[in-house]
Structure formats: C-alpha cells, structure tokens
Ligand binder design. Sequence first.
Ligand code: GDP
Ligand code: IMO
Ligand code: MG
Length: 428
Amino acid sequence: MTKADILLGLQWGDEGKGKIVDVLTKSYDVIARFQGGPNAGHTLEFDGIKHVLHTIPSGIFHQGAMNVVGNGVVIDPIIFCKEMDQLLAINDSCGDRLWISRKAHLILPTHRLLDAASEAAKGKMKIGSTLKGIGPTYMDKTGRNGLRVGDAELPDYMERYQALKNKHLKLLAGYDFEPPFDLDENETLWLAAVERLIGMQIADSDVMIQEAIKTGKRILAEGAQGTLLDIDFGTYPFVTSSTTTAAGACTGLGLAPNRIGEVYGIFKAYCTRVGSGPFPTELNNETGQFLRDKGHEYGSTTGRPRRCGWLDMPALKYAVDINGVTQLMMMKADVMSGMDEISICTSYKYQGKQVTHLPYGLDADLVEPNYLTMPGWSEDLTSESKHSNLPLALKDYIAFIEAETGVPVVLVSVGPDREQTLWKEATS
Ligand code: GDP
Ligand code: IMO
Ligand code: MG
C-alpha cells in the first residue's frame, strides 16, 4: 500500500499549482484533481509555450502518468471538450491517459444562468464568481438534485436532465437579470458535448484510486482554488463552493485520511486575490501595481486583474495547520526582485486587541495588519539555477517563514517555466 500526496494552494488561488504539478508529475503514476471545476485556471509552461488547464489535471503532458478527474470535480462538458481539443492538437494520445469519474457532477447551462442571476441579485455583495456555474452545481449536489456523469449513461438520462432544467427555469423566473447567452443554442452544444464526454474513459474513479493505492502506485492529488476560498475555512461568504483544503482530497477522490502522505502547500511570496472579499494586506498603491505588472497578475480563467498585497503570516500559518502541510513551496520569488523593502503581516489588531491568529472577521473596519519590514533584494532571479545562490535577503525571508510555520520551504520558483524551479539542496 502507498500513500497519496496532496498539492494545494494556501492563499486565494492562483499560487502556481499547475506549474508544480507538472514539475512533480515525473515522480508519480497518477495525478488526480479532487474538486473545483472550470473556475480553475492552472498554467504551466515548457519549451516556450504556455498551457492553461481548467478541468483536466496538470499531469496530462507527461506520457507516463494516468490523469483522473475525481468525483469531487464539477464538469462543464462544453469547456471540457474544448480543453480536450486543444490538448489533442498538441498530442493525440492524451485522451488515453485521462479518466473521468462517473460520480462527478455536471454543470448544466442553466447552472451558469443561475450563477449569473444570483451574482446580479447580490449587487454590491457579489462574490465575484467566475460565472462558470460552480455554486449552483454544488448546491444541487448537496441538495441531492444534481446530474452526474454516470447519469448520462443511463436510459432515463434525458428525463433527469429535463427535470433539473425545469426546476432551474422556475428558479430563474424569480430573478430580474440579463441572461448572458442564449439557452437553446447553448443546450444543443451542451447535449452534444455530453455525448462526446461519455465516449471518453468514464471510470469508477474511487475504485481506481483504491486499486492504485493497493498496487503501490504513487498518487498526487491536485487541488484547485486555495485554502482561503474553502467553503468552511475561507473568507466566507467570499469563497468558492467546495472543500479546497486537504480534507477535500478525501471526499473528492475517495481517499481515506490515513492514506494521505505528504501535503505540499503552495504559496506566492506575496498575496493575490481575484474577485470580491476581504484582503487585509492588499496594496491599493504603486507597490500593488508593481506586483501586478511584474507578476502578470491577471486571472487565467477570466482575465480580471488580481488584487495584490503583502504576505499574510497569520493566514499562511492557519492554512498550514488546516491542511497539515508537510512541505512548503514558494512561488514567484522573482517578482519581488527590485523592492527596497518588503513587509510581512505578522499579527493583527482585531477589534482593539492584538492577535496572532487569523481573526473571524477580516473586513477593514475590524482588522488592522501589523507589519514587520525586511530588506528586499534586487537580483534578477529568473535565470538562477541553484537554490544556494539565492540572495541573502530572500534566504532570510524564507527562514522567517519557516520559523513561523515550522515547515520547510523545499522549493523556490523563479519564473513560470518548468525549468525555473529551484529545489533546496540537501545539507550534509
Ligand atoms: P494556479 O491556478 O495555482 O495553477 O496558478 P495560475 O496558473 O492561475 O497562476 C499562476 C501564474 O503565475 C501563471 O501565469 C504562471 O505561469 C505564473 N507563475 C508560476 N510560477 C511562477 C514564478 O515562480 N514566477 C513567475 N514570474 N510566474 C510564475
Ligand atoms: P485556481 O484553481 C483564483 C474565486 C473567484 C471568486 C470566488 C468564487 O486557478 O487557483 P466561483 O466561480 O468558484 O463561484 O468563484 O472564487 N476563484 C478563484 N480565484 N483562482 C481560482 O482557481 C479560483 N476559482 C474561483 O474569483 O472570487
Ligand atoms: Mg489559477
């Protein structure tokens, strides 16, 4: 028996999960996505080409790995097929190494309409959803109304589809909003995409994962979004609708908790957030703009500018604890080159008291971050090939994070390419 390792984001998503899953894939037999759906945009880069994946696991570019879309994922068949076509154009064998869970839920066109209607109705309180239908699909899942991939293989599939669609139409009638697309047109595309989807390798992925564990296969579970977007532990209600934390790998793949091995926690050297919600260390100034410009901080799925800010240590420590992170990986250290000083939020003033934990409410009227300032570094890191050559100021920054979290930072990423990845050398 083996244990499955998990890789997940510790902030508000877009930490660089796709890049690192791709880097790690050569050491694994199975790469399995456990939650989220096309709200995710996982970027990886090699041979000068950038690839963005939304639902398909980031191990797909390696010949040797099986890629599994787990039961915890929600699938929009249209987006899935489009993504598949892009991959097939690059490599016609990638379909052979991809399996899709029968128990994964389908995102219907009417789920997307409900997402748009709900966001419009929220006005100022809108979540800033990616409008991919994620929330309504998970609501139908927990409400026990959802349509799963396996249902599309059953004789009464069209009746099930119609029943759910009709339920949605009744709900939509209660909203006053401008539909973002034509439903009939979209439905035709959707039904064709479902047909194509069920012609792919549909699997009892939970059983597959169990078999893989029993036969000693090395499994890497790939998370989407990030810990602060978790439905329970994130900055609720400005979160996504799934369990983005390590527990989500158990429910989203059928993985027993005692079968979890390493938990790789990915974080940016600073923080970003796309969409609404509190962000105490946000920099609404030229420093924030510097990070956005230099880090190309624009959403991989929606193209929206990402909000940028300093590293938030209470939030990072919380994420490390919630997930049981065993190894940390720091992304985008290259983006911070050229700053005279960098700040880290080390504690908060919360409702008048000093606290070092992540407080319940993070709105600006409740919390004020306290910062520690450290010297920055100016060296261009993008062509650096050895961790030991990293600037002293960056090493100090990393040492501070390790001391605060109690977890080693085993990798520093210095650019988007696969090759721009520096593993900490073992010290003898
Ligand atoms: P994910 O959702 O966690 O997979 O992250 P995204 O792909 O949405 O966003 C990360 C972005 O940063 C992508 O554009 C990556 O190509 C890029 N990226 C990843 N690591 C690094 C890095 O170390 N330095 C720089 N400059 N860019 C990086
Ligand atoms: P990856 O996997 C960053 C954000 C949205 C919005 C909130 C809810 O690429 O890191 P949803 O569409 O899920 O209802 O949106 O969550 N969000 C993400 N932000 N990266 C993501 O995924 C995200 N997926 C959702 O911007 O604020
Ligand atoms: Mg992303």
